[in-house]
Design a protein around this ligand. Structure first.
Ligand code: PMP
Length: 282
């Protein structure tokens, strides 16, 4: 595999950053994961836009303009002969002697990798996945796609140990999102996903689902999800760039709705897959 480090493409095994990098020392950086289908990045502009927003929120300027970074992403995919893969971009504040405040003269570190992905197993679509709920122990700026992921790592490990695929964060009685996904829940035939806020990442897959639903007049909208209501949801789905739209059929060990992926999920997944087919055929 070929990686990218500060303007240079090189074998992943040779890619290095300093141990004084502030990403390593302080998790002082942000990232993006971009899904690639048939060599074509999906929603690249939205991902680069979100990266710029994350950088702005942590007081960093973009390392280069959007077009230039987009070109580097395409170049990375091409050099990896990437078909179905995910492009990862990480930007940190850079290398400097270890001291908390922003250093004066520092250059951002930009690294990128491209990793092949295996398609989501059909069994997950057919049977659904299981999730657990957990108290939201993250910081109050989850709208920033920060590389500081320790709470997410810990909770996904806990989920994995209990045989679950994902953990859903609950903050003050409200369901926010998954540890690496956004959530939709269906009540009375209508799907809701928590609105943008400081404890929700503005998910790009979530936005695609909202957009497709609007185009097709499906009952899907932004709205709060009470944790107490979640066990009564008719359907639950989680969305992310790498997992697309997944049906959740077990919540804390109990079946969701009829314990099978629901009809609204199926409609939304079909629409999502049609969008991906269009991208592949372009
Ligand atoms: N929330 C969190 C905390 C995430 O890590 C992710 C995955 N990056 C998402 C939501 C889903 O976002 P997206 O659809 O943009 O991948």
């Amino acid at each position: 595999p070929i990686a990218y480090v500060n303007g240079t493409f090189l074998p992943l095994s040779e890619a290095r950053v300093s141990i004084l990098d502030r990403g390593f020392q302080f998790a002082d950086g942000v990232y993006e994961v971009i899904p690639v289908y048939g060599g074509r990045p999906f929603r690249l502009d939205a991902h680069l836009g979100r990266l710029e927003r994350s950088l702005r929120e942590i007081g960093m300027a973009p390392p280069m303009d959007r077009e230039a970074l987009g070109e580097q992403v395409r170049e990375l995919i091409a050099r990896n002969e990437g078909r179905d893969c995910q492009a990862y971009i990480q930007v940190t504040r850079g290398e400097a002697p270890r001291n908390h405040p922003f250093p004066d003269a520092v250059h951002p570190t930009v690294v990128m990798t491209c990793t092949p992905v295996t398609p989501v197993p059909e069994e997950w679509i057919r049977e659904g996945v299981s999730v657990i709920t957990a108290e939201d122990i993250r910081w109050a700026r989850c709208d920033i796609k920060s590389i500081a992921l320790l709470p997410n790592v810990m909770m996904r490990q806990k989920a994995a140990e209990s045989g679950a695929f994902e953990a859903l964060w609950v903050h003050q009685g409200q369901v926010m999102e998954g540890a690496a996904s956004n959530i939709f829940a269906v009540f009375g035939g209508r799907a809701v996903t928590p609105p943008d806020g400081s404890r929700v990442l503005p998910g790009i897959t979530r936005d695609v689902v909202l957009e497709l639903a609007a185009e097709q007049d499906l009952p899907v909208a932004s709205g709060e999800i009470d944790a107490a209501d979640l066990p009564h949801a008719e359907e639950i789905w989680v969305t992310s760039s790498t997992k697309e739209v997944l049906p959740v059929t077990r919540l804390d060990g109990e079946p969701v709705g009829k314990g099978r992926p629901g009809p609204l999920f199926r409609t939304v997944l079909d629409a999502y897959r049609a969008r991906i087919r269009e991208l592949r055929a372009r």
